[in-house]
Design a protein around this ligand. Structure first.
Ligand SMILES: [Zn+2]
Length: 95
């Protein structure tokens, strides 16, 4: 019996799925720009911008690690932001 193989999203290596983990990632599915202008009214223009996101399941090999660490960069910045806010609020408290 042949084991199904998949491509790792990080290292792009091909591994048997028995040595891989499936994770959920959220990706940009596309963007939509809208600009409508009131032709009768003249100067008023309305713009809208939407980002469509969709979740998909991808495979990551065990070498690249398990767990959802695809967005680790964002998480790091988020925790730095939280820590900064905490320090600032503490500094304000002890003033
Ligand atoms: Zn990998």
């Amino acid at each position: 019996m042949k084991i199904a193989q998949s491509t790792c999203v990080r290292c792009h290596g091909i591994f048997p799925r028995t040595e891989m983990t499936q994770i959920n990632v959220s990706e940009n599915a596309g963007t939509s720009w809208g600009l409508s202008r009131n032709l009768k009214g003249g100067s008023t223009a309305r713009g809208s911008f939407r980002v469509y996101r969709r979740n998909k399941r991808v495979w990551v090999c065990n070498i690249c690690g398990t767990g959802n660490r695809v967005n680790v960069g964002f998480a790091v910045y988020f925790y730095i932001f939280l820590a900064t806010m905490l320090i600032l609020s503490l500094a304000d408290y002890f003033k």
